[in-house]
Design a protein around this ligand. Sequence first.
Ligand code: ZN
Ligand code: ZN
Length: 138
Amino acid sequence: MYPLLNDPSPITRTQEQIFDALYNTTLVILESTLQLDSEQKTRALYFSYNLCLCDDCQKECGAHINKKGQIRISQKFFQNSLQSPLPSGLLELMYSIFHQMLHGIFPEFEEKTIIEKTEQAWKSGMAELAKEKLGLSS
Ligand SMILES: [Zn+2]
Ligand SMILES: [Zn+2]
């Protein structure tokens, strides 16, 4: 489920490779959730992603998505996450990316609704992936 998290030496990878792997894994979770239909999932495939050094991102460790569908992750947040104990830091980062994906999929929803949707969709996606994994190993 997490090829990246099973890698004993993620530090030897470049930041970009880690970011790509995290983003792609987050997309797999989104793809697996039962809380979104396929049209909604397809929207997420058109988002792009970058590390961000805007004023907000330098002050706070956060993430945001703009109107063009570009997900921006604070570079500080990204670097802090890599330094915190695995896998909690990376999961937190992926959860933030996931949250921004939902903002992009549902631009009409307010923050409170997105927070709820993020939690439900994430749980469902993780549960489906876990089932898949059990299926493969049995
Ligand atoms: Zn920013
Ligand atoms: Zn939000």
